[in-house]
Design a protein around this ligand. Structure first.
Ligand code: NDP
Length: 337
């Protein structure tokens, strides 16, 4: 297949790109600058020499941002949309978070409908953030499924970067499904909703620890002796996530579906600390004091469950276990320490 992948410089997108190339798809990926394109190319020389190309889309929030990128010769068969802000410090939530997420998604769908009639499948990377209802707290009686929607309002979303992120994923995904209902385009939509995505980084040479993606930063915090709240008790390995995206464009059976793309194994930050402690004795002294670990364990009354059935079926293999994910992530971070 010939695939347009948005946001190729991202943590998850870099793995999606790798998996697409490994499975012999040809790819054009959008990036914000030529410098990023050059660095990604250098990182994929082995697999990507003839199968990888780039389109510069400097700001996905601009009207018509994807009009040129979706036009290709030979034409695209599928589109995977991952570009969206996941930033923890912002000055203006509306401009820096909500607009790029929502307008980036609807703008891309509109460009595909108008200029890329050959595209039959679109996969949008959404989030568990678009599903979780924080007003219910840890909700031990509940099992989250793809039927759950975050009830966040616009007024709640603009208060800070984290609320803005949760709002951005909810509103962008809703807008995507509304677009499908309203426009009835020639392509199908599948959304994948992962919780925390952890795992080693494959972006490009020269990536620094400071530029590490948001979800992996908890590993760095632990190795600097800090604890951080768990917030979501669900996760998935980035390599499973990448395969999920690629299978979602290959498998007709998931067209039109919203899939909670989570590992069936839940986690809390204390689990991660215990794995680092047992598998990396040389790093033990960098970890926070053991007395603090219980504060990032599971709450006494328990937490919600997750329904990973459809993700498992899409993946077509066992999920990568937390222990393997933590070990591979810490091995990668050790190179920076
Ligand atoms: P990254 O921050 O690593 O990647 C974000 C990507 O989006 C980058 O390619 C970035 O480009 C691009 N981007 C952001 N804003 C703009 C903009 N205004 N114009 C053009 N490009 C933009 O994040 P992840 O890979 O971790 O996440 C990617 C997606 O996955 C996001 O949609 C996120 O919501 C979702 N997700 C992530 C989870 C996680 O735990 N990581 C969990 C659930 C969902 P640049 O590199 O130039 O900044």
């Amino acid at each position: 297949m010939r695939v347009l992948l948005t946001g190729g410089s991202g943590f998850i997108a870099a793995h999606v790109l790798h998996t697409l190339l490994e499975r012999s798809h040809t790819v054009v990926t959008t990036v914000r600058s030529q410098d990023k394109a050059d660095r990604i190319k250098a990182g994929h020389l082995k697999l990507g020499k003839e199968k990888l190309d780039f389109a510069i889309v400097s700001d996905i929030a601009l009207s018509g941002a994807f009009d040129l990128a979706v036009q290709s010769d030979p034409p695209f068969d599928a589109v995977i949309h991952t570009a969206s802000p996941l930033v923890l410090i912002v000055n203006n939530v509306q401009k820096e978070v909500l607009d790029p997420a929502i307008m980036g998604t609807t703008g891309l769908l509109a460009s595909v409908r108008r200029f890329a009639p050959s595209v039959k499948r679109v996969v949008v990377l959404s989030s568990f953030a678009a599903m979780i209802d924080l007003s219910k707290g840890d909700w031990p009686a509940h099992t989250y499924t793809a039927a759950d929607w975050n009830p966040i309002t616009h007024a709640e979303a603009i208060v800070d970067a984290i609320a803005g992120y949760r709002g951005s994923k909810t509103f962008a995904e809703k807008a995507a499904w509304e677009f499908m209902d309203r426009e009835k385009p020639n392509f199908t939509l599948t959304t994948l909703n992962p919780p925390f995505v952890f795992g080693p980084v494959v972006q490009y040479p020269g990536l620094s620890l400071d530029a590490l993606n948001a979800s992996n930063r908890r590993f760095v915090a632990f190795l600097k002796g800090m604890t951080t709240p768990t917030t979501f008790y669900a996760w998935v390995d980035v390599r499973d996530m990448a395969l999920g995206h690629v299978r979602a464009i290959e498998e007709q059976s998931v067209a039109g579906e919203r899939i909670f793309f989570t590992s069936s194994q839940q986690f809390c930050n204390k689990d991660i600390l215990e794995i680092i402690d047992s598998e990396f004795p040389e790093l033990r002294e960098k970890l926070p004091n053991r007395e603090k670990w219980n504060s990032v364990g599971y709450p006494g009354d328990g937490v919600y469950n997750v329904d990973a059935k459809r993700a498992q079926e899409l993946l077509g293999r066992e999920f990568i276990p937390l222990k393997e994910c933590v070990m591979d992530t810490v091995k990668m971070i050790k190179n920076f320490l």
